[in-house]
Design a protein around this ligand. Structure first.
Ligand SMILES: *Cc1c(COP(=O)(O)O)cnc(C)c1O
Length: 354
């Protein structure tokens, strides 16, 4: 696919690493292309970053037809830039698009667009420890009618944002509230699609948790409200009596690429791992028996995030004295080592930008 390039005439001054945070600054350019049934994907272009015009009846604004992805570009110590398992993001975006009746993008075309765009913007990949360029591909329905039917016109874009180290003051375990009323997703719904609507439905519980001093929400299954699903924008894992356990992918859980990578590392290294249903009662019992050894979340933004406290219906569960555990640290070191090119990538997960 040919990509037309229009360079900005007003490049921005790149922010210092210390002020980056998450998703506050954007690079000089963005990628955009459109879809319709006659032409397929067309008008692929890199243009100066800026506002876009939408018809007020745009499908995404009314009926929520939007999917997105999140991955990062990392700068290695030799100055080169690499991506981490980008084909996994491309495949997941196409699965999300399929669920929401949005058009798919052929895998090789999506990979070409992604690598060409990142190569074009590569000066924006920061180099300070822990920093990276967050990449946000997204697609939305863009029909100019209020009629409710499947999407005929769509727009795909990629925007990129230099982001700071998630753990500026060292890795501090997070406190998480288990939500007992709202649910995030049910089997057959859109839980396994990475779509904006899932987040809109999660906000109320997130606010409630924040008011009580918890940083994120842990969701239970939508039917029995008994089995653990995932945390906000992270999958969750526990170490119980020497074994790593994580909720199996039932259709209502987002299949995280960090989750998958952690499981592959643990299995390759001979850890006991199982994907199965985990009830909140089992967690309570393991804690009471002194067998709940570690808990952590996994996701692109935080990589691996230790969980120091869970709260369920006002009962507090303190895990590992609120400290980061051994397996949690090991996974963090291994993943970040591979991502920033500090340790050998024996899994073949990294893709250099050349
Ligand atoms: C993106 C996301 C994750 C984590 O997925 P990664 O591929 O590991 O970044 C987990 N849960 C939800 C709801 C997500 O949107």
């Amino acid at each position: 696919m040919e990509i037309k390039i229009t360079k900005t005439t007003a490049p921005a001054v790149k922010p210092e690493a210390s002020v980056l945070g998450f998703g506050k600054y954007f690079t000089d350019h963005m990628f955009i292309m459109e879809y319709n049934p006659e032409k397929g994907w067309h008008d692929a272009r890199i243009v100066p970053f800026g506002k876009i015009e939408l018809h007020p009846a745009c499908t995404a604004l009314h009926y929520g037809s939007e999917v997105f992805e999140g991955l990062k570009a990392y700068r290695k110590s030799d100055g080169s830039v690499q991506l981490f398992r980008p084909m996994e993001n491309i495949r997941r975006m196409n699965r999300s698009a399929e669920r929401l009746c949005l058009p798919q993008i052929p895998e090789d075309t999506a990979m070409q667009i992604l690598t060409e765009f990142i190569k074009f913007e590569q000066d924006w990949v920061p180099s300070a420890p822990g920093t990276s360029l967050y990449i946000r591909p997204f697609m939305f329905g863009n029909d100019e009618t209020l009629g409710v039917h499947s999407v005929k016109h769509a727009t795909f874009m990629i925007i990129t944002s230099p982001v700071g180290s998630y753990y500026k003051e060292g890795i501090n375990p997070v406190k998480i509230m288990i939500e007992a009323e709202d649910v995030r997703a049910v089997r057959g719904g859109t839980g396994e699609a990475k779509c904006g609507g899932n987040y809109a439905a999660s906000n109320r519980a997130g606010e409630k948790a924040e008011e009580k001093g918890y940083s994120q929400v842990l969701w239970l299954d939508g039917v029995e409200r008994k089995y653990i699903e995932e945390v906000g924008a992270m999958n969750v894992m526990f170490k119980i009596d020497g074994e790593v356990v994580t909720p199996q992918l039932t259709g209502s859980i987002l299949p995280g690429i960090t989750r998958k990578s952690c499981l592959e590392i643990l299995r390759a290294e001979g850890y006991k791992v199982s994907e199965r249903r985990i009830s909140i009662d089992e967690i309570g019992k393991a804690l009471a028996d002194g067998k709940l050894e570690e808990a952590w979340g996994t996701g692109t933004a935080a990589v691996v995030s230790p969980i120091g406290e869970l709260c369920y219906k006002d009962v507090k569960y303190i895990i590992n004295d609120g400290k980061i555990g051994e397996v949690t640290s090991h996974l963090y070191d291994t993943l970040t080592g591979i991502q920033w090119g500090k340790i050998e990538d024996k899994y073949g997960w990294t893709v250099p930008i050349k």
